[in-house]
Ligand binder design. Structure first.
Ligand SMILES: [Zn+2]
Length: 159
């Protein structure tokens, strides 16, 4: 485990573009907060997802989980990069539920790209310090996490 995953420039560009495209699919009449997420598979496939809200607010599904559920149900059980974009001109990070959900399917070293809405591919370094992508590892977002391998730990027998 723990191999550092490095995105190629090509995959990185594709992923960023896909996150913006994914945002178009948002159904967010209540929050008016659109989110687009894109996941990269080890084979270079990209799966997009948007947030899908519900009149019963608790039934809402975030963009990241939409993308992961789409991927997993199509047989992609491992993802190697995530990109997320909203309409906010800041890097917005995945919520706690999505972090745990994704933990099942990714390496702790997976890169997570949080894209400000004003990101401009022509100026990836930003303009006047704005529009810069924030990139962190998954582990940075979810330290000391609980994952599938924890279930394989030996137990102390019950009395
Ligand atoms: Zn979420």
């Amino acid at each position: 485990m723990s191999t550092t995953l490095k995105l190629s420039e090509e995959d990185r560009s594709k992923l960023i573009k896909a996150a913006f495209e994914a945002r178009e699919g948002s159904y967010s009449p209540y929050s008016k907060f659109r989110v687009g997420a894109a996941l990269l598979s080890p084979n270079g496939e990209i799966v997009k997802g948007a947030n899908i809200e519900n009149a019963s607010y608790g039934a809402t599904i975030c963009a990241e989980r939409t993308a992961m559920v789409k991927a997993a149900s199509e047989g992609i059980r491992k993802v190697v990069a995530l990109a997320v974009v909203t309409d906010v001109p800041d890097a917005v990070s995945p919520c706690g539920i999505c972090r745990q959900f994704l933990r099942e399917f990714c390496s702790l070293k997976m890169p997570v790209l949080m894209i400000p809405a004003n990101y401009d591919a022509q100026h990836p370094e930003g303009v006047d310090g704005k529009g810069v992508i924030k990139e962190v590892t998954f582990e940075y977002l979810l330290p000391l996490s609980f994952g599938p391998e924890d279930l394989d730990r030996p137990r102390i027998p019950a009395e």
